[in-house]
Design a protein around this ligand. Structure first.
Ligand code: UDP
Length: 472
């Protein structure tokens, strides 16, 4: 393979993530894996996120074929970039302002004399776009370049999104609060499993709401990509993947990407966080008993009310387990932030943690999570059982799978009163189900390891992707 790399010119691929932490992270892992194989990658962040990505220079130094570029998201500089609750502002600006800029950039990168690149790059041969940035598919079609879509969610939630038009047609959407526990029919492969409360969060809004329209349009447009990349592995979601396969001629399942990166490239992954990590908590973890600590993190987007924060706090304290809690500076809805500044003691709280390392620490025995897909994969990989409190997007589906299909945790969906939090933490850390859950957790952690090891499914699928990019 080394020989081949020297003899053949390497392709040049543009990677375009959606501007949010949970999208940038897997896309950047893929970028590093491609660069490790010698492929030239232009990684295109919005200007805002380009500035936030502090390890950019270290990454470029480690991977000489990785080139960072930035593009305007079209929003005024003082506009809030947080996806929750500004998703539609960001989306419409990307579609109207960023799309034409992307078109120009593609033209420029395809011509040999692109002036913005620091290095002399081969002409651009392919775009890998986030699966909810389908204006990039249109831009790539206009300039006549192949485009692959990467969807950063689980296969099970992606399949739910794909079936939303059918659910609307069958009048299963919209539904009222009183129907939350009714079963959903008509999603192939998910019969008798999904209640309405387990559908993606957008199913809770009226069907003519722009946010549901956005996801319907993106899910339709993504089938125009030549192939689909998913950050999952075959042994985790094989039955659902077979349904998705009916809509795509080629699917590359190459997850968990963070683990593939660790096992194939470097053990010490450079951080792809947009926030400063507080490493002080690692020392505190060193002082705790094996398997005793609950790690609490709700990802980069979820917001809490002051009441919810306090309920969690009481539930955690009453559970008797030591805990490490990520409370982002922007976690509270802005009108409540002032009042809540002194509700919790500070020694076990961080603004942002090195989450992968925390989950891998032997002191951590449970993960109270919002069920974001990266967090879920990281917990599966680390073999940590989950207590799920999903809020947004795909999280409701993921948590159902964690609790009911994989049985690697419990799903606390739609409630967080202090007694439920306490009861569920005790069940996870000390209860009767602990044994059963631990066995499943070990089982899936092993499967994840097999998938990224030599000749495992994700390992081989990445090889195929690299080969296909070279053959374009
Ligand atoms: N994360 C982190 N430190 C934290 C909290 C989160 O590094 O304190 C990372 C986490 O490891 C994951 C990502 O942020 O890779 C969050 O992605 P996820 O899909 O779980 O949730 P989202 O933020 O998109 O809701």
């Amino acid at each position: 393979m080394e020989m081949q790399m020297e003899l053949r010119p390497q392709p040049h691929v543009l990677l375009l993530p959606f501007p949010a932490q949970g999208h940038i992270k897997p896309m950047l892992a893929l970028a590093q894996l491609l660069c490790h194989a010698g492929i030239h990658v232009t990684f295109l962040n919005t200007e805002h996120n380009h500035r936030q990505l502090t390890q950019r220079q270290a990454l470029s130094a480690r991977f000489p074929t990785l080139h960072f570029r930035s593009i305007s998201d079209g929003l005024p500089s003082d506009h809030p970039r947080s996806i929750s609750p500004n998703l539609m502002d960001i989306v419409s600006s990307l579609r109207s302002k960023t799309a034409p800029l992307l078109h120009q950039l593609l033209v420029s990168l395809m011509s040999k004399n692109d002036v913005g690149s620091a290095a002399q790059l081969p002409s651009l041969g392919c775009v890998i776009t986030d699966g909810i940035m389908c204006f990039a598919i249109e831009a790539a079609e206009e300039v006549g370049i192949p485009v692959i879509a990467l969807r950063t969610t689980s296969a099970c939630s992606f399949w739910c999104y794909s079936c939303i038009p059918k659910l609307i047609e069958e009048a299963q959407l919209p539904f009222g609060d009183e129907d939350m526990d009714k079963m959903v029919s008509g999603i192939p492969g998910m019969e008798c499993l999904l209640r309405r409360r387990d559908l993606p969060s957008i199913c809770r809004v009226p069907t003519d709401h722009p946010v549901i329209q956005f996801f319907v349009e993106e899910t339709r447009a993504i089938t125009r990509a030549s192939s689909l990349i998913l950050n999952t592995f075959d042994d985790l979601e094989s039955s659902i993947l077979s349904h998705i396969a009916s809509r795509f001629s080629k699917i590359y399942t190459i997850g968990p990407l963070h683990a593939l990166l660790k096992s194939r490239v470097v053990d010490d992954n450079l951080s792809s966080s947009l926030r400063q990590e507080d490493r002080g908590c690692m020392m505190w973890l060193d002082s705790q008993r094996v398997g005793s600590v609950i790690f609490v993190s709700f990802g980069s987007l979820v917001k809490l009310t002051r009441v919810q924060l306090l309920e969690f706090w009481h539930g955690l304290v009453n559970s008797g387990s030591p805990f490490l809690w990520v409370i982002r500076s922007d976690v509270l809805w802005s009108d409540e932030a002032e009042q809540a500044s002194h509700v919790t003691p500070a020694e076990v709280i961080v603004d942002w943690a090195p989450q992968e390392e925390v989950l891998a620490h032997e002191a951590v025995g449970g993960f109270l999570t919002h069920s974001g897909w990266n967090s879920t994969l990281e917990a599966i990989w680390a073999g940590v059982p989950m207590l799920c409190w999903p809020q947004l997007a795909d999280q409701q589906v993921n948590s159902r799978w964690v609790g009911e299909v994989w049985k690697i945790g419990v799903d606390m969906k739609d409630t967080c009163d202090r007694s439920t939090v306490e009861k569920m933490i005790k069940a996870l850390m000390k209860g009767e189900d602990k044994e059963v859950i631990s066995r499943s957790v070990d089982h899936f952690a092993k499967l994840a390891r097999t998938s990224v090891s030599k000749n495992g499914s994700s390992y081989l699928n990445l090889e195929k992707l690299i080969q296909d990019l070279r053959n374009l």
